[in-house]
Design a protein around this ligand. Structure first.
Ligand SMILES: [Mg+2]
Length: 433
């Protein structure tokens, strides 16, 4: 069985973790430079405000009238809370796979049933993540990754499921698939959904009843695999499944524990190669990169994990540029003596290459060697040892940040919440009378 854990409205929920005063308010998160809306919490969605990708200036007054709390993207906070949520989830199953910044799969083996039963087990994961990280998640359980995804969808969107849904019998499978639009099925995008509608397939249930041969002929082997998966026949390898477009993750556990820095670097750079080719394929450019490595929570040694963010001065999709960044970051992730079990990269902030407006002062690619040289010196000798004077005045230019660094972004982040977990000066303060 597979379980999929997925945070509800990740970015907006992260903003609420260390600021309980806004937990019951509509929270809206903006993209870089406070340009567009990129996330809205459930309360905001229910109020009908905070539609994704709408320019902020267009709805500024409307949001203010609704009493919405506005926040700039705080990727340092989101990446760190993501790691904490992943750590908590990973403890529950022998196999674990990070799918995106707020989603992970757990795999328990084909016929495993937890002693307390699946519903109680899934509810326990959900409760534990809330208790330890204060992030609300939905947990979906199914016999294939696609059914776990469908159950997760049900846990949040279908009446009667409160954050937990388990597809472990035929009746529930039918009930959930009948209540799902075909475009809510994993891997079925809007365009594919339209074509499926044209042949009379409107719900997930109808797709599951379609003849696999017909689907392969009219669509593709990928959609045929989805049909099998909806019927409980595993076809997808979670390492190969398509990631959501907004982020690309490449991560894998090592065959044997790795203790050598060079080996770790090689592994990370191979993840870059995979992720960068996906990036180019979907015509995106990378702005913020996450690099992480950890030991196994199931090993006897004390658990170690490290994650670091890197923001590129100019968005890039060049493998050599990203790989170069990883080479400089590996020193911060590696620790001598740790038996690394898993590592990976996350391309967590992307921009569309087709619509990316080039910066007059920051022409793509041409100054990258210089930029990396500067980053290297700074990561070794401390931030701001060397920096470009112009960076302070160009809004869209960012400097590289390392975990714990207090470097300020040059870009506009007017509504930025504190970096509660990665910056010493921002640690929450509690006052007692
Ligand atoms: Mg989510």
């Amino acid at each position: 069985m597979y379980a999929l854990c997925d945070v509800n409205s990740m970015y907006a929920s992260c903003e609420k973790v260390f600021d309980p005063s806004i937990r019951n308010k509509p929270v809206i998160v903006l993209t870089n430079n406070d340009g567009c809306i990129c996330a809205a919490c459930g309360i905001a969605k229910r109020m009908g405000i905070g539609k994704k990708f709408v320019p902020y200036f267009q709805v500024k007054d409307e949001l203010a009238a609704a009493g919405a709390i506005i926040r700039s993207s705080n990727y340092e906070l989101y990446a760190d809370l993501s790691q904490r949520m992943m750590d908590t989830c990973a403890r529950f199953a022998p196999h674990f796979h990070i799918y995106s910044i707020d989603e992970c799969f757990l795999y328990y083996g084909a016929n495993y049933v937890p002693p307390e039963g699946w519903n109680a087990h899934a509810a326990l994961i959900r409760r534990t993540v809330w208790k330890e990280v204060r992030l609300p998640i939905g947990v979906g359980v199914g016999s294939t990754p696609t059914l776990a995804k469908a159950a997760n969808h049900a846990s949040k969107r279908i009446d009667g499921y409160r954050g937990v849904a388990v597809i472990d019998n035929e009746q529930i499978r039918q009930h959930i698939l009948k209540h799902m639009d075909v475009t809510d099925v994993w891997g079925i995008g809007r365009r594919l959904g339209k074509r499926l509608n044209d042949v009379g397939i409107n719900t997930a249930w109808q797709l599951s009843k379609a003849k696999p041969g017909f689907i392969r002929k009219e669509f593709s082997i990928l959609v045929e695999n989805t049909v099998h998966e909806l019927n409980g026949i595993p076809k997808l390898n979670w390492d190969e499944v398509r990631s959501p477009k907004q982020q690309i993750f490449s991560t894998r556990s090592f065959g044997q524990r790795v203790t050598d820095k060079t080996e770790l670097r090689h592994a990370l750079i191979s993840h870059v190669t995979i992720a960068a080719s996906k990036l180019r394929r979907q015509n995106s450019l990378l702005k913020t990169l996450q690099v992480f490595a950890c030991s196994s929570p199931h090993d006897n040694d004390s658990y170690y994990r490290q994650s670091i963010l890197h923001t590129f001065p100019a968005p890039t999709s060049d493998t050599s540029i990203i790989a170069h960044a990883v080479s400089t970051l590996v020193d911060s992730v590696y620790r001598k003596g740790v038996k690394f079990y898993k590592c990976g990269v996350g391309l967590i902030e992307l921009v569309d290459a087709a619509h990316y407006q080039q910066d007059l002062f920051n022409v793509l690619h041409d100054k990258t060697d210089l930029m990396h040289c500067i980053d290297r010196i700074n990561s070794r000798y401390g931030r701001n040892t060397v920096h470009v004077a112009a960076q302070g005045t160009i809004q869209s230019t960012t400097q590289s940040t390392t975990q714990g660094a207090t470097q300020k972004f040059a870009m506009r982040r007017e509504f930025l919440s504190p970096q509660y977990t990665t910056r010493l000066a921002d640690i929450p303060k509690i006052f007692c009378d």
